[in-house]
Design a protein around this ligand. Structure first.
Ligand code: NOJ
Length: 564
């Protein structure tokens, strides 16, 4: 196995992790000061969301200078120190490469926008207005509104898949591509362990850029449906692989919205372009389409299980699966996947065991290890996240009341996962001595690292136990995955098996006790089942070991059973 298949990746949102200088924003020195916390979780790589110089219109996903550190986060020396200190703990730093677009404050864009005949004239995607002066086509950007913004100096529009301050670069131009590869290689030379490629499925635009079929009352069509995964994209990415990755001991994970499972062999593994790609079917399980937060449906556990089983199947022979339940664009998993009345501590452990025992590399998100939950802010003005504002407007445009639109925002806002990390029960949860850039979640008195380290029943201690379990049982890393009890709407059960060992994972997704008959799982035992770990305490080991036919799971119980 490669090092990155054998470890845990921690996604860290620098704004919110730890502030060392009291300005209310997290920073690199803050991260360095908490490396031991990450080490205790078994983390071998930290994926930093962008820390480059940026006007921060989208919290760093609008890069102005890829070679410098945002002063908000520190200096290049602080970055070198972080890489060095992490290395001492066998942790590698993974950078976020935002290569579909830059900031409009990037020097490349400023030059390109300055006239039609400068050296970087075609570094971005420029188009003339339609005859009546209007935008070149009817595509709607991911953050709402047209993908086109007019530039006076050129008398042309530029294309932006996301915000108007995030112009898309022109990958068709080899000079642009080489400039991007140089950036990646600069960071490899600094000693980073890999990359996450942001919004990578949008880099290739179709030859035909005319209007698409309208899909909403705003008379536009989503840019995603017009450009994601356009034919020819893989040629660019093979070049990226050759120029950046081949021969280096790093991993690359792509944010690959729009790649169907059937195309996986083209994207990952030996003949693909990346080591892993993020696939989003499970986090979108409650949406019924249109990329809008108000279009939701009731979903069943069997649907969620199918998403995971499909990805497990698809990555069995092709590449490797990055297992995630949370990230900086998603709500907190407890609120996302469990009913509102679920016990948040036991529920967080059920979801944690799922993430730590599926086949693949767990991508744990900041705060998940202590069971952080969504915020509950009533006023749209309190939200920082650009997409929350856009989704609020879209919901209202489509006839929802302010209250209904706010319910969508509360449920799906990206700010849910962006509030400061909760370190202690002290002021500002120990995140900063100043005023935090986003308010701290009000549950920090009980949900925080310091208190949970002292409480053996905490979510954090359970994560520590799961780390040890993974270390002791190789099968949890390399074993096959087989889903059991497929039709159950209460239990998610599966088996991990290699030549040496077989482990059954039983996850009760309900607030009721559930009896699991081992016959139904196709498992036999003469002597009883050996519990390796349960979130219902150590005594469960002796209770269950006496059973030979069935196991009675407590509400929201998560259990690993060894079958001898
Ligand atoms: C995906 C990132 O995860 C998200 O936070 C960002 O807004 C967009 N890409 C644009 O870069």
């Amino acid at each position: 196995m490669k090092w990155w298949q054998n470890t845990i990746v921690y996604e860290l949102y620098p704004n919110s992790f730890k502030d060392s200088d009291g300005d209310g924003y997290g920073d690199l020195k803050g991260i360095t000061s908490e490396l031991d916390h990450l080490k205790s979780l078994g983390v071998g790589a930290i994926w930093l969301t962008p820390v480059y110089v940026s006007p921060m219109g989208d919290n760093g996903y609008d890069v102005a200078d890829y070679y410098s550190i945002n002063p908000r986060y520190g200096t290049m020396e602080d970055m070198d120190e972080l890489i060095e200190e992490a290395k001492k703990r066998e942790i590698r730093i993974v950078m976020d490469l935002v290569f579909n677009h830059t900031s409009n404050e990037c020097e490349w864009f400023k030059e390109s926008a300055s006239s039609r005949d400068n050296d970087k004239n075609d570094w971005y995607i420029w188009a003339d207005p339609k005859e009546d002066g209007s935008v070149p086509n009817n595509w709607r950007g991911v953050f709402g509104g047209s993908v086109w913004t007019y530039c006076e100096t050129r008398g042309q529009y530029y294309l932006h898949t996301f915000g108007d301050f995030q112009p898309d670069v022109n990958w068709e131009n080899p000079k642009v591509r080489n400039a991007l590869y140089d950036i990646a290689n600069f960071w490899i030379d600094k000693g980073v362990g890999g990359f996450r490629l942001d919004a990578i499925t949008y880099i290739k635009k179709p030859a035909d850029m005319s209007d698409g079929p309208v899909d909403a009352p705003d008379n536009m069509v989503s840019v995603h449906s017009m450009t994601a995964n356009t034919d020819g994209i893989l040629d660019f990415l093979h070049e990226f692989k050759d120029q950046v990755q081949v021969g280096k001991d790093i991993f690359v994970v792509g944010e690959a919205n729009g790649v169907p499972a059937s195309e996986l062999p083209l994207w990952v593994g030996e003949n693909g372009v990346f080591d892993m790609i993020f696939e989003f079917s499970h986090v979108n399980v409650q949406f019924s389409g249109g990329e809008v937060w108000y279009n939701t449906k009731d979903w069943k556990l069997t649907e969620l299980k199918k998403c995971f089983s499909d990805s497990q199947k698809a990555t069995k022979d092709n590449g490797w699966y990055p297992v995630f339940l949370e990230n900086h664009d998603q709500p907190r998993s407890i609120n996302h996947f469990l009913p509102a009345d679920a016990d948040p501590v036991q529920g967080a452990k059920v979801l944690g065991m799922l993430m730590m025992t599926l086949r693949g590399t767990p991508f744990m998100y900041e705060g998940q290890e202590i069971g952080m939950t969504n915020i509950d802010w009533d006023n749209i003005k309190d939200y920082d996240d650009i997409s929350s504002h856009n989704q609020f407007q879209m919901a209202k445009l489509n006839g929802l009341t302010t209250k209904q639109a706010m319910e969508c925002v509360k449920r799906f806002s990206r700010d849910n996962s962006r509030t400061p990390m909760q370190w202690t029960d002290g002021e500002n949860a120990g995140f900063t001595d100043g005023t935090p850039w986003l308010p701290v979640n009000s549950n920090y008195k009980t949900v925080n690292v310091a208190s949970e380290n002292e409480n053996s029943g905490s979510v954090l201690c359970f994560y520590h136990q799961m780390k040890t379990l993974r270390d002791e049982h190789e099968v949890l890393k390399d074993g096959n995955y087989t889903e059991l009890f497929q039709n159950s709407e209460k239990i998610y059960a599966y088996c991990r098996e290699n030549a040496k060992e077989k482990i059954i994972i039983l996850l009760n997704f309900t607030g009721e006790a559930v009896e699991v008959k081992m016959d139904d799982l196709g498992i036999e035992s003469q002597t009883g089942f050996r519990i390796l770990l349960s979130n219902c305490g150590g005594e469960r080991a002796s209770e269950v070991s006496k059973q030979t036919e069935k196991v009675n799971l407590y509400p929201y119980e998560a259990m690993c059973l060894q079958v001898d």
